[in-house]
Design a protein around this ligand. Structure first.
Ligand code: C2O
Ligand code: CU
Ligand code: CU
Length: 483
């Protein structure tokens, strides 16, 4: 979300140049396969959908090993036998009941990322532990005024979050409603990464200080799928970055990306971008209007997340892939002009309003731990302690948090339950009056967030969404109470 909007007219002039640039780099597109653009991949498939009825979605999610990934049988983990798990569809005002059953060899739990819901009790409570063989019944009430949009769910058991998502545990969560966009297809593209060995076991779980990045980058669990679309049609793509550490710098060759929503919720108006950067946890809803016949790769460009090198000690250099990756290919048959249907007004949710009463500064740091060689990941000099309240907040207040990144790498900062507006950044690229829930705080920089702590009391968490960092302590507790 750090690319300046450009007008469609300006963009038309850029298109030719963009294609040429990408074509010149074609040999670097694909891992190992000699520059093949992946057009022979299978048609994009989506997980099963489970949709609420009569105000209730009541589902059982069984987390267990043994799912297909990238077209092969593996010992990777999934929900109800697939990775990603089923896509959950709810509506504002619904009750979401999830019976989480743990058939994993370790503890787990579930988090509804991005939902503005209660963090207490059987709600979106990150402190729940579901032991192997155990179960937990979540009951999450979606407020009647909750924005429609694209959210997701994933495990949040501290210490194992990166392992469990890297092993395949994630799913999309859609709040339906919102305007009719008259699209031919409304698709989820949940992007995850992992590494599989020849036997189909997930490997590569020894995290580097940068956070692990898998060798395979999958869309809905598939390797470089194809999306077939007719000329002159319009599609909505809900792209979710479910990778544990990887930043996705997305580009659709030959096209601009028309962004409708960020972190699930509608922008004040659609914005055409050449490139969209999604940190782990971020989402973007795109309107895709095929430009013409052909095979148009959706690529993730190289992205420099900085370096975990401390004073030249070599504690893990840049981990990001050096070549662009093909995530999927838009295949367009037939001819015809690109669709130009006008969009209805987009119902963008309000950003925090009212006087800021409390200002805080939070400092993200990395360093060598005391007495051993392990690197520590801290916020305000402390690692996570589930029993400690790090920030005590009065219900209903509007606060400004300046998140300072003292390290040499980027950290995506995420707060549960209460979305925020980024009002200023060290880079001067604050995005305007939009709500989001993950912001990439650049190495050596800062981001200032305005947060309205409305509607819910209780304890929840904020953390780095490089989940290896979260697991190693870069997380804190916020306790919202009645003043
Ligand atoms: Cu998607 Cu606490 O995270
Ligand atoms: Cu979250
Ligand atoms: Cu981090």
């Amino acid at each position: 979300m750090n690319t300046a909007p450009i007008s469609r007219r300006h963009a038309l002039g850029l298109l030719g140049a963009g294609v040429a640039t990408v074509a010149a780099g074609a040999a670097g597109w694909v891992r190992g396969a000699g520059g093949h653009s992946g057009v022979t991949g299978a048609e994009l498939a989506e997980p099963a959908t489970l949709t609420s009825a009569g105000g209730l979605l009541d589902v059982r999610l069984t987390a267990a090993p043994g799912v297909r990934l990238a077209g092969r049988a593996t010992s990777a983990w999934g929900y109800n036998g697939t990775s990603p798990g089923p896509t959950l569809h709810v509506r504002p005002g619904d009750l979401l009941r999830i019976h989480l059953v743990n058939h994993l060899p370790q503890a787990t739990n579930l988090h509804t990322h991005g939902l503005h819901v209660s963090p207490q009790g059987a709600g979106d409570n990150p402190f729940v532990t579901v032991e192997p063989g155990g179960r937990f019944d979540y009951a999450i009430r979606i407020p009647a005024d909750h924005p429609a949009g694209t959210f997701w769910y994933h495990p949040h058991h501290h210490g194992q979050v990166a392992d469990q998502i890297f092993a395949g545990l994630a799913g999309a969560l859609i709040v339906d409603g919102g305007p009719d966009l008259a699209v031919r297809a409304d698709r989820v593209l949940l992007v995850t990464d992992t590494t599989l060995d020849a036997a189909g076991d997930v490997t590569g779980q020894a995290a580097t200080p940068m956070g692990r990045e898998g060798d395979l980058v999958l869309v809905n669990g598939h390797d470089r799928p194809v999306v077939t679309a007719g000329a002159g049609t319009t599609e909505r793509w809900r792209v979710i970055n479910g990778c544990t550490s990887r930043v996705l710098a997305l580009r659709l060759t030959g096209h601009l990306l028309t962004q409708l929503a960020g972190d699930g919720v509608f922008l004040p108006s659609a914005v055409d971008r050449e490139r969209i950067v999604l940190a782990p946890g971020n989402r973007a809803d795109l309107l895709v209007r095929p430009a013409g016949p052909g095979a148009w790769p959706l690529i993730a460009e190289p992205y420099d997340r900085g370096s975990a090198m401390m004073g030249g000690m070599g504690a893990g250099g840049p981990a990001s892939a050096t070549a662009a990756l093909v995530l999927a290919t838009l295949k367009v048959g037939g001819t015809g002009p690109a669709a130009t249907t006008a969009l209805p007004p987009l119902p963008t949710p309000a950003v925090p309003a009212g006087a800021v009463t409390v200002r805080r500064r939070l400092t993200l740091a990395m360093g060598m731990g005391m007495g051993n060689n392990a690197m520590s990941f801290t916020i305000d000099g402390r690692t996570f302690d589930a029993d400690r309240d790090d920030q005590t907040v009065a219900l209903g207040s509007v606060e400004e948090w300046t998140v300072d990144n003292t390290t040499t790498m980027d950290h995506p900062f995420h707060l549960h339950a209460w979305p925020f507006q980024v009002v200023a950044t060290s880079a001067g690229d604050a995005p305007g009056p939009v709500r989001q829930d993950v912001v990439l705080v650049p190495a050596g920089g800062w981001a200032r967030l305005r947060i309205a702590f409305t509607d819910f009391t209780g304890r929840s968490v904020y953390h780095c969404h490089i989940l290896d960092h979260e697991d190693r302590g870069m997380m804190g507790v916020v306790n919202v109470g009645i003043p």
